[in-house]
Design a protein around this ligand. Sequence first.
Ligand SMILES: NC(=O)c1ccc[n+]([C@@H]2O[C@H](COP(=O)([O-])OP(=O)(O)OC[C@H]3O[C@@H](n4cnc5c(N)ncnc54)[C@H](OP(=O)(O)O)[C@@H]3O)[C@@H](O)[C@H]2O)c1
Length: 358
Amino acid sequence: MGCARRAGSQRLVWVPLEHAGGGYFQVERRTIGAAALEVGAIGLGCMPMSWAYTGSQQRGDESVRTVHAALDRGSTLLDTADMYGPFTNELLLGRVLKERRGDAFVSTKCGLLVGEQHVVANGRPGYVKRACDASLRRLQTDTIDLYQLHRADPEVPVEETWGAMAELVGAGKVRALGLCAVGARATRRGRAGLHAGTIRQLERVQQVFPVSAVEAELSVWSPEALETLLPWCEARGVGFLAAMPLGNGFLTGTLTPGQGFEPDDLRARHPRFTAEMMAANQPIVAGLRRIAARHGEAVTPAQVALAWVLGRGRHVVPVPGAKRERWAAENAAAAELRLTDRDLAEIGELPRARGSWD
Ligand SMILES: NC(=O)c1ccc[n+]([C@@H]2O[C@H](COP(=O)([O-])OP(=O)(O)OC[C@H]3O[C@@H](n4cnc5c(N)ncnc54)[C@H](OP(=O)(O)O)[C@@H]3O)[C@@H](O)[C@H]2O)c1
């Protein structure tokens, strides 16, 4: 993962298939952020392996195979956080990294603590430094490629937290810094101005140390980041990690309205995942399925959804979450799918997603 390339650039590289049967294949790499970090165009979100989805924690060995499958196919960016589990997701990745550190780009996050009833922010400098050491131990590595602030602590000026994170770069424990903005909340009346607070925070931390990446929700059914956050990143060479690019699985077309979710699954409380709203939003999946069919029998709605996200800018890297090998391979292959003008026009005309609060 060289550092000589310009932020926002992309290139194709040949990757050996030594872990998957021999030979070589071509993958796209993208260069992001102030530190010019090169990563596979599609990453792997590791959260569903340990947190927030039905069946998390029950598929440890399969999850490890999934991480290998992603790396084999050039999905180098592994996105985790100390709070996923909590802690078990980093431990799981550590099992892979101890053998394949050179193949991976590690993105983890600090600043959120999981309690019995609540998740609380902690941005105190001393805490952040201890959290980093603990993440390094769990991940079985000496360096984190991208260290993200998961959520700013309202009790601590964000500049202080960011200053402590910058010291971690100086100490060689971290290569670059990022800000996770997934917690940005829409008001019940609409999603306008969703990222205004995030941008204010970004402007403040940029005064202290350069931001290399922002992680926020972006997908066919949640395109709000296109309005202000994505252009802000593009203008500054800041990478954009697209979280939830598959709409928490909905856009893959593999979920059935009314199927129900376990109480520990984030979709059990999500306004777009009631039986009624899943049914109401089916035209979005049908549209993706129609486009996929035009590209061939093997192409899936998930791949169309990811190709759309990838096409939003050369600084954008989707991090689809998956705990199954099959999904990781399918998602990595979406980097090869080129959507046509007709496809893009059809996606643009899909109905707006509805949630039970609309
Ligand atoms: N959700 C959040 O609040 C949040 C917050 C901060 C950061 N992030 C980061 O963003 C990443 C992505 O978000 P996410 O994982 O919440 O949502 P997502 O990527 O939109 O969707 C993940 C879900 O889609 C399923 N899936 C993945 N690929 C599939 C395919 N090809 N076909 C059918 N189903 C497929 C997964 O199933 P299986 O689990 O069964 O494999 C999982 O249930 C996270 O993993 C995390 O690293 C998320």
